[in-house]
Design a binder for this molecule. Structure first.
Ligand code: AMP
Ligand code: MG
Ligand code: MG
Length: 272
């Protein structure tokens, strides 16, 4: 039965070991020196050899371990981003990069694995490089020390390489104490659960379902909330539109406060 806890835990456990394998590939491609960069839809939408190799590795491992995954795929769908933050990877901002494996059931993000291949890379000798964070709805999140953002301080994390007037209009309206611009949807949700930011605000199309599924499941597993900019929940069934056309809004706490500050002009411009 595809919805059973035992099956889900087998899937998540495989996701964990597959994500650790992905970490090695991401690191090897970088140290090999040839990233094999290809522009997908333009200079702001890149793909590297690491994206391609990790995608292949994750898909073939899942297919080998779960040969019936496509059949049960009607209920459990796996959303994979082999390399989230590719632009930053090509620019050497290595700690922005993550590998995302998200699991949805009946259209809802229910579990996720996030590998951060270069976690600790500036921490000096002796520090373990890379980490894998995983979480299951109603169970919790593991592999990371949870922390809340400073009380009463509004720290917004947003895109570094996909900014626009709309993105900035929305951030301006939120009167943040601090705005952090970093790459990756996975990285920004990690910032929320590590207390480095209080809201992830991206008032633009561009993020896809594979960018949000694993981070959303992990954030929801610790009672946070990730939706589009209107506050509408995302759907993750297999036929859903890939593009998150109405942006992303996510917090660990105080979601309604940030949602109430999204200007009407931004909402009108971003149709789900
Ligand atoms: P960012 O916060 O800019 O790093 O974006 C988070 C994720 O959404 C990354 O995986 C990006 O590739 C994707 N993304 C966001 N905006 C765009 C865009 N305009 N074009 C292509 N991908 C985008
Ligand atoms: Mg991505
Ligand atoms: Mg990607």
């Amino acid at each position: 039965m595809s919805g059973s806890p035992a099956f889900l835990m087998r899937l998540v456990a495989s996701g964990f070991s597959i994500a650790e394998k992905a970490q090695v590939i991401v690191q090897q491609v970088m140290s090999g020196g040839d990233l094999g960069v290809v522009e997908k839809t333009g200079a702001h939408d890149l793909q590297t050899k690491a994206d391609r190799l990790v995608q292949l590795s994750i898909c073939s491992s899942l297919a080998r371990k779960f040969p019936k995954l496509t059949i049960i795929g009607e209920e459990i769908v796996v959303w994979v981003d082999p390399l989230d933050g590719t632009k930053e990877y090509t620019e050497g901002l290595l700690d922005h990069v993550t590998v995302l494996i998200g699991f949805s059931y009946a259209g809802k993000a229910i579990a996720g694995v996030i590998n951060q291949p270069y976690y600790n890379y500036q921490a000096g000798a002796g520090a373990v490089l890379g980490r894998t964070i995983w979480g299951v709805l109603n169970l919790g999140v593991f592999g990371i020390q949870l922390k809340e953002a400073p009380e009463g301080k509004h720290i917004i994390t947003t895109t570094r390489s996909h900014s626009s007037k709309l993105v900035n209009d929305c951030i301006c309206a939120m009167k943040a104490d601090e705005v952090i611009r970093v790459g990756g949807a996975g990285n920004k949700v990690i910032q929320l659960i590590e207390g480095k930011a209080s809201a992830y605000v991206f008032a633009s199309p561009g993020c896809k379902k594979w960018d949000t599924c694993a981070p959303e499941a992990i954030l929801h597993a610790v009672s946070g909330k990730l939706t589009d900019i209107h506050g509408n929940p995302f759907q993750y069934h297999k036929d859903v539109k890939h593009m998150n056309s109405a942006g992303v809004l996510a917090t660990l706490k105080n979601f309604d406060y940030y949602a109430s500050l999204v200007p009407d002009s931004v909402k009108t411009a971003l149709v789900p």
